[in-house]
Design a protein around this ligand. Structure first.
Ligand code: SAM
Length: 280
């Protein structure tokens, strides 16, 4: 059963963190001429209209990108590409559209790169497919991204960024994430793997991080932003990214981005951390 629709959450604090990290990683990858493959296992609809009924209903973007839009004069250099991309998507100056991860990739991939996008939800898939209709560089498929991943690796390019961004609406997403990345890493050890996770309870988030730490994989970085103190009650208090083989400059860049996001997005009790979980 798929009930999660990302349109309700587009542009919230978790999207801002995830998309700043994704933008930076793709920027670093594009510094070398050699082509790379981008894989998005849980792609969503690709791009969101914030005036759409869903986004407008709970306006999560108000406490996410809405707190930065037009108030970004003090944003660190490492956030400039992400902000540029948002401005290009909203040329009138009004915050109307918010990019999903596929749109961000489309803005940053070069002619020599290619992308494979997977989405399971029929309506989300239709939107994504329409967005990339006629685009030969981006191949969109309706399917299970966890299952599809293995067959794509190792890529012919020998360079790849893999975003794994489930909604965690089913508890099996936690073990599935670890299993998918572990298996993928065995086939392609030098891939750059990015996993998003929510902080719903501290216990769950810590377990995922410690499972990665104990997995045997090397070079794992964690970047997390909580906007409220941890709670035992239901509700997302923050989110994080676990990165396997991050580009070498990334940790330093995130040391400037996360304090800025904390200052703009977090309330009392909110925190950030950028931590190397496992050394190279
Ligand atoms: C958090 S959203 C993705 C957001 C997107 N990556 C972004 O940053 O814009 C998660 C998406 O995964 C889809 N989904 C859930 N299970 C899936 C699976 N096993 N394979 C592919 N897509 C799945 C959901 O329908 C939902 O659209």
């Amino acid at each position: 059963m798929l009930s999660y629709l990302h349109a309700f959450h587009a542009g919230n604090h978790a999207d801002v963190l995830k998309h700043c990290v994704l933008t930076l990683v793709l920027e670093y990858m594009a510094r070398k001429d050699k082509p790379f493959l981008y894989i998005d296992t849980h792609a969503g609809a690709g791009r969101y209209d914030l005036r759409n009924d869903r986004a407008a209903k709970i306006r999560e973007y108000d406490t996410g990108i809405g707190r930065i839009w037009h108030r970004d004069a003090d944003a660190p250099p490492a956030m400039q590409r992400y902000l540029q991309l948002l401005r290009a998507l909203n040329p009138s100056g009004e915050l109307r559209h918010y990019p999903g991860s596929p749109w961000i990739a489309q803005s940053l991939l070069r002619a020599q790169d290619r992308a494979r996008l997977f989405e399971l939800h029929p309506a989300e898939y239709q939107q994504l497919r329409a967005l990339f209709a006629g685009n030969r560089q981006f191949r969109v498929e309706q399917g299970d991204g966890f299952q599809a991943l293995g067959a794509l690796l190792p890529p012919a390019e020998r360079r790849a960024v893999i975003l794994v961004d489930p909604s965690y609406e089913v508890k099996t997403d936690y073990p599935d994430v670890l299993a998918a990345i572990t298996a993928a890493q065995r086939k392609f050890s030098t891939g750059v793997y990015l996993v998003w996770y929510p902080v719903l309870t501290r216990k769950q988030a810590s377990r995922l991080a410690s499972d990665f730490t104990r997995s045997g994989m090397r070079n794992i970085l964690l970047a997390e932003l909580t906007i409220h103190a941890d709670t035992q009650h239901a509700g997302m208090t923050g989110s994080g990214m676990i990165l396997v083989n991050p580009p070498w400059q990334l940790a330093e860049a995130l040391q400037s981005v996360l304090p800025y996001l904390q200052q703009k997005l977090a309330g009392e009790g909110g925190k950030y951390r950028v931590q190397q979980l496992v050394e190279q």
